[in-house]
Design a protein around this ligand. Structure first.
Ligand code: ZN
Length: 135
């Protein structure tokens, strides 16, 4: 079952300029920034209620997110929905004819399992599924 939005990810050209709105003007706390060389992004995490805003700044114009920024400009990149059982959720989606980008869940270093649903199947929105590590 899906039970909350884990985060909303926004692609930005420059983290400092983006933080001038999200942190300084709007007043969200900045909990941390993280370099993710694997996906060629720097990420700023701003908790908001039970969820987070993630600002993604590509560090390589040839990466997936770098090309996205060049083509579509800044804006919302994906919504991440937290689920209890990612395999059951993916099986349910597949049974509904939903197109998944990842056939099997991928795993982050801290143990979160994740997969993406193609925007073609999700009202034009890239949807990420998260199953948090229970450890
Ligand atoms: Zn995400």
């Amino acid at each position: 079952m899906a039970h909350r939005i884990n985060h909303v990810a926004i692609v930005v050209e420059d983290l400092d300029s983006a933080l001038a709105f999200w942190r300084d003007a709007l007043g969200l706390p900045l909990s941390k920034t993280e370099d993710n060389p694997g996906e060629a992004v720097q990420i700023a995490f701003l908790p908001l209620g039970e969820s987070e805003i993630e600002l993604l700044q590509p560090t390589d114009p040839e990466s997936g997110i770098g090309r996205y920024l060049a083509k579509r400009g800044q804006g919302m990149h994906h919504v991440c929905v937290e689920v209890d059982d990612i395999e059951a959720t993916m099986a349910r989606l597949a049974a509904h004819g939903v197109e998944l980008i990842n056939e099997t869940p991928r795993v982050r270093p801290e143990g979160t399992r994740y997969a993406f649903v193609h925007p073609r199947s999700a009202s034009g929105v890239l949807v990420e599924l998260y199953e948090l590590s229970r450890a």
